[in-house]
Design a protein around this ligand. Structure first.
Ligand code: IMP
Length: 202
């Protein structure tokens, strides 16, 4: 079928972060050679969509059309029920301090304060990971993985990144910030999304 990916295909990762490109290559079982949009000098489109899938598709489409190669992009973040799904697609932006630094302790405080202002006792939250693969001037395949959990304040643990310390996945006793990284990688939103992508394309 046309939308299968052959072993050894060169994929463009629509990221300017070489670390993320190698993480994507590893999550795809090393089946593909992954080049970054940054290394190819492709422009970075503005993430203007309101959904994770929308932004992943926008980034994959832009990288595929500009490079003439099959491209893969991701978009992820934390949706908090009491905040109507915020920070959501703005998860990275909530970490920007007034001084222009990126600080997730600052972002997690902001989430705690925003929930407190609502007066809600609901601490449920969901991590989302959307992945999109786009063919140049052609089709796009998009999938989304999620993991449900509860927010804990103060955060716990120094592992992981981003909002990991405040996220206690459902059925677990450790936050993503405390958990063995292998356990996180087995149950995370990103793991679910990559499993769906593998099932769709390999
Ligand atoms: P992106 O690079 O636009 O996808 O930004 C994703 C945002 O969501 C970043 O700010 C991350 O810190 C946050 N995020 C996504 N996945 C995770 C995760 O697994 N743990 C903690 N934070 C995450």
């Amino acid at each position: 079928m046309a939308l299968q990916l052959e072993f050894g295909t060169v994929l463009v990762s629509a990221t300017h972060n070489p670390g993320k490109a190698s993480e994507i290559a590893a999550l795809l079982d090393g089946r593909f050679e992954v080049l970054t949009a940054g290394a190819l000098g492709l422009p970075e489109p503005d993430e203007v969509e309101q959904t994770f899938v929308g932004n992943a598709v926008l980034k994959a489409r832009a990288a595929a059309d500009a490079s003439g190669r099959i491209a893969i992009a991701d978009d992820s973040g934390l949706a908090v029920a009491a905040l109507g799904g915020a920070p959501g697609v703005l998860s990275a932006r909530w970490a920007e301090t007034p001084e222009g630094a990126r600080d997730f302790a600052f972002a997690m405080d902001k989430v705690e304060q925003a929930i407190a202002r609502t007066g809600s006792a609901d601490r449920s939250a969901r991590f989302h990971s959307a992945l999109a693969v786009a063919w140049p001037q052609g089709a796009v395949v998009a999938v989304e993985g999620t993991v449900d959990g509860t927010l804990v304040f103060p955060g716990r643990g120094t592992r992981g990144f981003g909002y990991d310390p405040i996220f206690l996945p459902q059925g677990e006793t450790e936050t993503f910030g405390e958990m063995d990284p292998a356990r996180k990688h087995a149950i995370s939103h990103r793991a679910v999304a990559f499993a769906k992508l593998r099932a769709a394309l390999f």
